[in-house]
Ligand binder design. Structure first.
Ligand code: PNS
Length: 187
């Protein structure tokens, strides 16, 4: 905890680069990767719990080639930055290549993923095994809080598209952004 406080102060004041600090302090750094299109209370629960376990947690907005997106990467990053501002050891970034390459170039030892239900498991296990084999980076699964086990960005977008109320699923700024995007799209 002392190490975390110390490193957070140095990072906030930009007295030292994150990489240098990580090697000097042997910081435990993790990445929470995802499309975050948009960030939900389910994501934020995992991010908050991960931030308590590691010295630094990078939220990396990545491209999932199997999904089309509603928000640009920049918009998604801004929403995450605003909704995680209360967490001192969070950094928000983006990447358009392989996750393991990002981990290698940022000296990240662990990937943190939320598991909602068994339906997530097959795909997540496959990715964790491929990533481990390719790079030695460990994946740690965190059980999603039961209150969020049904929640996904896709579901939120679908509900918002038809005018459904998603205020219990996403932060206020995300809800407003969803309403604006649906109104813009006009269908
Ligand atoms: O929130 P998502 O869409 O479930 O996140 C999936 C994501 C973006 C983390 C995953 O698709 C990913 O890691 N993409 C980057 C490319 C990569 O490394 N793919 C894994 C190789 S098996």
């Amino acid at each position: 905890m002392v190490k975390q406080r110390f490193s957070t102060v140095f990072l906030r004041l930009k007295w030292i680069s994150a990489d240098l600090l990580a090697s000097v302090c042997h910081m435990k750094r993790a990445v929470c990767p995802g499309s975050f299109d948009p960030v939900t209370f389910g994501h934020l629960d995992i991010i908050e719990r991960a931030s308590a376990q590691f010295d630094e947690v990078v939220i990396a907005v990545l491209v999932n080639r199997t999904k089309s997106s509603m928000f640009t990467v920049q918009e998604r990053m801004e929403m995450i930055t605003k909704t995680t501002a209360h967490l001192p050891n969070i950094r928000v970034d983006s990447w358009s290549g392989l996750l393991v390459e990002y981990c290698k170039s940022n000296e990240i030892q662990s990937i943190v993923k939320g598991l909602r239900a068994v339906t997530d498991f097959d795909y997540e296990l496959q990715m964790a095994q491929v990533n481990l084999q390719a790079s030695g980076v460990e994946t740690m699964f965190m059980a999603t809080a039961p209150a969020h086990s049904f929640l996904s960005s896709s579901l939120v977008k679908e509900l918002a598209h038809y005018g459904g109320d998603v205020s219990s699923m996403v932060p206020k700024i995300v809800n407003e952004a969803l309403k604006a995007r649906v109104a813009e799209s006009g269908n």
